[in-house]
Design a protein around this ligand. Structure first.
Ligand code: ZN
Ligand code: ZN
Ligand code: ZN
Length: 317
């Protein structure tokens, strides 16, 4: 029997080693637990990539560039749907490209991620907010033919005093966002600035550039708040992105407008920051706006039944 003992010992050793290696391997069936408890999306309206991260001097966005170095900068994020405000933001909120009116008279066909936050975590709707300088964005709080009760959809603070009341300055939106973060402690929030789109439409280049500069500063104000408030510090995923870009100089009236399929209108950017993400990384992979939604859906296990993007691998792996 002694003869068999070494063989038995070797076989036993191999068994132990293989069990150990299985335990060490990442098991795809066990979802990763993320540190982030909150999701904040900041949308800067309609800058062209060539005046933001596409300009290697980053002269218009020193604050945003500095922030990007604390997370992952995605240099090939694209609006692959209709390149206007309502459709660009709705792609991010619902994870689907649609064909909404751009004036706030129609709502998306699908529920937004804020609705799923309320459902999944049984939140008061005061813990989910949409805050925008443009009143029409209020129409994105719900979906067409959903007939949700008011406590099933996010709270909103859009435009002067809601739908059909006009746009307001981004400084007010920044103040309202800070107030809301401090007062209601939202778990999910979407903040949308009207610049630089608003000024670009006037066709005055300097005003357009100033709109890029001001939203870079307002975003820094929000980022700094999130870094110092103990409720949000080190447990919040932050996504800074755009609804669309603007025409290339060779298309129509160039920077003044947007809305077609040109590279300028489609190319946006994304900066993703949070305790679960790499720092100081640049990812040049091609991504679509709806992939932001999929990433949030995956991280927070929202069970969004209709979102159609793909979670961004360098953020969730
Ligand atoms: Zn826009
Ligand atoms: Zn516009
Ligand atoms: Zn265009």
């Amino acid at each position: 029997m002694l003869f068999y003992r070494p063989i038995a010992a070797i076989a036993f050793g191999i068994l132990i080693l293989s069990v150990l290696s299985m335990a060490c391997k990442k098991d795809a069936s066990i979802p990763k637990i993320f540190k982030a408890q909150n999701a904040i999306v900041i949308i800067i309206d309609g800058p062209r990539y060539s005046e933001t991260f596409g300009d290697t001097t980053h002269q218009n966005i020193p604050e945003l560039y500095s922030i990007s170095q604390q997370g992952v900068l995605f240099t090939n994020m694209y609006n692959k749907g209709v390149t206007n405000t309502m459709n660009g933001i709705a792609a991010i909120t619902t994870g689907n490209y649609g064909a909404l009116a751009n004036n706030g008279t129609t709502s998306p066909n699908y529920n937004n991620y804020l609705y799923y936050f309320i459902k999944q975590y049984q939140l008061s709707n005061f813990q989910t907010w949409i805050i925008s300088s443009k009143d029409k964005v209020d129409a994105l709080k719900t979906c067409a033919n959903c007939n949700h009760a008011s406590n099933e959809i996010p709270q909103t603070n859009c435009g002067n005093i809601g739908l059909n009341t006009g746009y307001r300055n981004d400084s007010i939106t920044t103040t309202m966002a800070l107030y809301t973060l401090h007062t209601y402690r939202p778990k999910a929030m979407l903040i949308h600035f009207r610049e630089p789109d608003y000024s670009a439409h006037t066709g005055v280049w300097n005003d357009y550039i100033n709109g890029i500069k001001s939203t870079s500063k307002y975003t820094e104000t929000l980022w700094n708040y999130l870094q110092t408030d103990s409720f949000y510090k080190n447990n919040t995923a932050v996504f800074i992105t755009n609804d669309h870009g603007r025409h290339l100089d060779s298309i129509a009236d160039g920077f003044a407008s947007h809305g077609d399929n040109c590279e300028g209108c489609r190319h946006t950017s994304l900066v993703a920051l949070g305790p679960d993400f790499p720092k100081g990384k640049i990812d040049a992979s091609n991504y679509s706006q709806i992939d932001i939604t999929s990433t949030i859906n995956y991280m927070f296990r929202l069970n969004m039944v209709n979102e159609s993007g793909k979670a961004i691998i360098s953020l969730i792996d």
